[in-house]
Design a protein around this ligand. Structure first.
Ligand code: SF4
Length: 307
């Protein structure tokens, strides 16, 4: 009964318009899962997903692409290791994308969530999927304030609709996103309300750990010659292999401006300076016209806009 109510709700109110839900193309489904890991659904749907697929319509096209072109297409999404892993996975699997959970787990950038999402949404397998939305629904439905991952997986398994596992998982995901939201869930409209054990105090089951942010100052030099700006290739874990402004030791009288930027757990203060002597790093002199086609991080884009 509860399963049919959930599926009925999903039929009427689910987010069926999402393009990766209307395809069996495993590459498209896998790509959407990677993009959705840290990016809002609406931005992925309207911007990044269609643009990326226009550039790399197949897994083979992605496998054959240069890494700099993949990073350029990923620009604005952040967390660039996702793009590098996507590219590596395309090279390994473009002839034969794995169909089994355990095999998927062996691929770069695919963890247990993505592997189960690909198995459920791509291959309609009888597996549970637990993202943050589903986790919240499960915690409330079973009144579990601090469940372990194992407890949650057991509960998800218990609740799974084995006849329609894919639709069931998608329904729970949408329920968490639209009804069983973090603050003030709409329990009166919820298809699970009759059996929900946490509905009288839903706020008890929605606490999440606060992210710890780290502050950091970054200093970049600006060199412009004959209409071209000096860029360098980042070697650190932040923006690895992307083009950035050269980092420098700051000289106060050369200060131009500064701005704030958020990158993963970092809260950055970025300061820009007129360049003095050319730095030792290998430089790439790029005209302003070609910048939009290059693998440039959003931080560097922001700096270039300010200039
Ligand atoms: S009844 Fe309320 S708390 Fe329970 S699953 Fe539905 S929306 Fe969430």
């Amino acid at each position: 009964m509860m399963h049919s109510k959930l599926l009925e709700w999903y039929k009427n109110y689910g987010r069926h318009e999402l393009p990766w839900r209307n395809t069996d193309n495993i590459y498209h489904i896998y790509l959407s899962e990677i993009m959705l890991q840290q990016t809002q659904v609406s931005r992925v749907r309207d911007e990044f997903y269609p643009n990326f697929l226009e550039k790399f319509p197949t897994l083979k096209a992605l496998a054959d692409a240069k890494e700099e072109d993949v990073l350029a297409a990923w620009s604005g999404l952040g967390y660039y290791s996702r793009a590098r892993n996507l590219h590596k996975t395309a090279k390994l699997t473009h002839k034969n994308f794995p169909t089994e959970y355990e095999e998927l787990l062996q691929l770069p950038g695919i963890g247990s969530y993505t592997a189960s999402a690909v198995c459920s949404f791509g291959y309609h397998q009888n597996v549970v999927v637990i993202d943050t939305n589903i986790k919240r629904v499960l915690k409330r439905f079973y009144a579990l304030p601090n469940p372990s991952d194992k407890e949650l997986a057991d509960k998800a398994q218990k609740l799974l609709n084995h006849k329609e596992p894919r639709a069931h998982n998608l329904a729970l995901m949408d329920l968490g996103s639209l009804i069983c939201i973090p603050k003030e869930p709409s329990c009166e409209s919820c298809p699970l309300r009759e059996s929900c054990q946490g509905k009288s105090e839903p706020e008890l089951y929605s606490k999440t750990k606060k992210t710890q942010y780290e502050s950091m100052d970054l200093f970049y030099g600006i060199w412009i010659q004959e209409g071209k700006i000096a860029l360098t290739q980042s070697e650190g874990s932040m923006y690895k292999n992307m083009l950035t402004l050269p980092s420098i030791d700051p000289i106060e009288e050369n200060y131009i401006t500064s701005f704030k930027h958020a990158y993963t757990k970092y809260r950055l203060t970025v300061k820009l300076y007129h360049g003095n002597e050319l730095p030792q790093q290998k430089l790439f002199w790029k005209s302003f016209e070609e910048l939009p086609t290059l693998p440039i991080s959003s931080l560097t884009k922001k700096a270039l806009k300010l200039l």
